[in-house]
Design a protein around this ligand. Sequence first.
Ligand code: PLP
Length: 477
Amino acid sequence: MQKTDKDFRLSEDEMRTYGYKVIDAIVNHFSTQEQKSPINLATRKEMDDLFLEQAPESATPSQEVLDFVLNNVLNKANILTHPKFYSFVPGPSNFISSMSDTLATGFNVFSGGWNASAAAAELEIVCLNWMLNWFKFPLKRGGGIFTSGGSMANLTALVTARTQKCGEDFSRAIIYMSDQTHSSNIKAIRTIGFRKDQIRIIPTDQEFKISINKLKNEIAKDRLKKLTPFCIIANAGTTNTGTIDNLSEIATICKTEDIWMHVDAAYGGATILSKQYAHLLKGIDKADSITVDPHKWFFQPYEMGCLIVRNAKWLRNTFTEKPEYLKDVEGNESEINFFDHGIQLTRRFRALKFYMSIKTYGLAHFREAITYNIDLAIALEDKLRKSDQWEIVAPASIGIINFRYNPIAKKLDEKTLDEANLKISKGVMAQQKAHMVTTTLMGQVVLRMCLINPRTTMTHLEETISSCEQIATELGY
Ligand SMILES: Cc1ncc(COP(=O)(O)O)c(C=O)c1O
């Protein structure tokens, strides 16, 4: 049979020209993003008109496709790295990690088993050891895995908790979490086959922390019903308000009741690096498992989540399968096959970007950036408190703040306040200079900012607040 010339090869010159253009586009994006709008929306019709076609049978010149993508695709996405992207949990990212990810993809490193890439597995071990060390988890016994994000880390944790605590029969097992817990946890619990009646949503107190009293009541009642409390999901940084549950008290309950303690610290876990604020996570070291999302406040580009556990064997007990086609690469216990620590077999080399960015910038850089973000939210709280136009609804907590427009002189009723704040958010979004959506706290519509981007300054915030005030005045509030 004759060799085909259809083997996806390009000449070295063509690859270089193409690659340099890609790098130029990325560098250009990094240096001009602040001048762009963080909001780039389009309708399905507009997108269909631009892109919808059958898969083309014949080739198109590479530069032509690249130009089309640079001009039409990448500019039709919100910029979550923008200093005025305040909504949800943004992804500030960093240049070094973007390049590291490009390298990992370029070399197409398989980060599943030791024998496929010893260095990739070793770097994952090294980076996970850093995490274990920061969270004061046992270094020798502890372990973890990098995942695609927080949702997958929570899923991996809950499968592990279920296996360790319940074995095969989890029909009477009960799991507890607050009404502020991220929806990915419920998704995970449902994905792994729990019924809705096995989930207890515990109300939160005035500070949006899980009510310890109500949690204890529910556990006791479930024991009376001969049910098996098996896991509490605690929050270290809720998505709405940045609230940290009372981790030490939850740890005590878990110890006394023999319950698995999982902490969802997807965004808030980064606080551990701040010398000034790490103490806010007191008690997190007592958890059985912790979710942390490096693609949030560890400034990594998507996708990168992380799960750490007190004992790596728990992961292996849960996920190890020994199919005959992997027998030759089983290896030994110290040379970790990360396909035994989680759900994925084929995995991209996520540890590389974490490793290269921390080595390049230095950990002190990360510590300072995180502290800066926490201080920035506190400074904004202070400013808004001193204004007669604004009211703080949930104080600054590890970079998140909730507030609402409520001019003292006008004495607006609750319904009008809800309406006004919703319209202010819509007005800001319509101007396309900042991305700021509302959330609902205790039945009130509030404006929310998640300030985890170290490029966000007080000037950015003042500009946005001043736009809000102008919109409110124009609307007659
Ligand atoms: C507290 C918390 N947990 C879990 C998640 C889910 O993480 P991901 O979007 O990376 O899957 C988020 C996302 O914002 C979060 O804030």
